[in-house]
Design a protein around this ligand. Structure first.
Ligand SMILES: [Zn+2]
Ligand SMILES: [Zn+2]
Length: 304
């Protein structure tokens, strides 16, 4: 269990020298069950029994994930009935704040992954009434952003070591819904494992050769080779380890995750990642592909 000294609605102060916000966020969100539970929470699920009905999940897994989401301040456990005493789990501000990440996962899976356990819904933007995809834009200048448009990288608390989810927070293998049958099967392959997360981060930060990945991750060559092979098989990297269109399209999920991580968790040394765009600070935002106006959480309708 990671040590979280002060959870508040505002920000969680992380211990000096320890895992930075990125490592903490990846350890928490790089888990298929957690993403599914949050997805339903964003659609209004609050009761234990409703998650049980809506997901093929065991009591042990659901109990564990809800406890973890409460511990990290994404859910709040509230008594809603006295006799008998019953609890519901309400999303906090930081819990609701994951919507751009989940929207990015949805858009990427919809565009690039054919097989899903259930058909993914389409999304309509209420303000323009059109089916849309989220477009990554810069919050300062509102222009669409591609990975190569950004400058910067690790800040004072940003090292590979501190940005990795800890091995103990990795708990998907035994209980995930299953690779093929999963709801977000390929997202889980990219972020549900500490080395995969790091490898993807390295690719977005410009690693191109086997040696680049090896140096940045300090992982055994056999692990690097295995993960690179998986990424090539998924079509995220080419045979010579360049990001494909599919790989580049995952970038919005990565930057929204980083943004959320650094909004809600803080290392005393300073930020883990600092990005700039066209001479100003970069804050990721999502915009509608049809009308170009900024997306807000409450303005998206699901159309199944
Ligand atoms: Zn900009
Ligand atoms: Zn729109």
């Amino acid at each position: 269990m990671p040590l979280l000294p002060s959870v508040s609605e505002d920000v969680t102060a992380l211990p000096a020298g320890g895992r930075n916000p990125i490592g903490v966020a990846l350890g928490l969100l790089g888990d298929e069950w957690t993403l599914l539970i949050l997805r339903h929470a964003l659609q209004g699920t609050r009761l234990y029994g409703d998650w049980m009905r809506r997901l093929p999940i065991s009591h042990a897994v659901l109990t564990g994930r809800l406890a973890r989401l409460t511990e990290f301040g994404l859910l709040e456990r509230v008594v809603y009935q006295e006799r008998p005493e019953r609890f519901e789990y309400r999303l906090t501000g930081r819990g609701r704040g994951v919507w751009p990440i989940l929207l990015g996962v949805w858009a990427w899976e919809l565009s690039f992954v054919e097989q899903h356990a259930e058909e993914l819904p389409r999304m309509r933007h209420r303000e323009c009434g059109e089916f849309f995809e989220p477009v990554l834009v810069c919050g300062t200048c509102s222009e669409p952003v591609r990975p190569r448009d950004l400058t910067g990288g690790f800040g004072p608390s940003g090292t590979w070591e501190r940005s990795m989810p800890s091995a103990t927070t990795r708990r998907r293998a035994a209980s995930a819904p299953g690779h093929r049958e999963g709801f977000f099967p390929q997202t889980t392959a990219l972020v549900g494992n500490r080395w995969s997360c790091a490898l993807l981060g390295a690719a977005f930060q410009g690693a191109r050769r086997f040696r680049d990945f090896e140096e940045r991750l300090s992982a055994p060559p056999v692990v690097i080779a295995d993960r690179l092979r998986t990424f090539v098989d998924l079509g995220v990297l080419t045979d010579d380890y360049r990001l494909t269109a599919k790989g580049l399209a995952f970038f919005p999920v990565a930057v929204h995750t980083m943004e959320w991580a650094q909004r809600w968790f803080r290392s005393p040394e300073g930020p883990a990642l600092v990005y700039g765009h066209a001479g100003h600070a970069f804050r990721p935002r999502s915009a509608c592909s049809r009308c170009a106006s900024p997306l807000r959480g409450g303005t998206i309708d699901r159309v199944v």
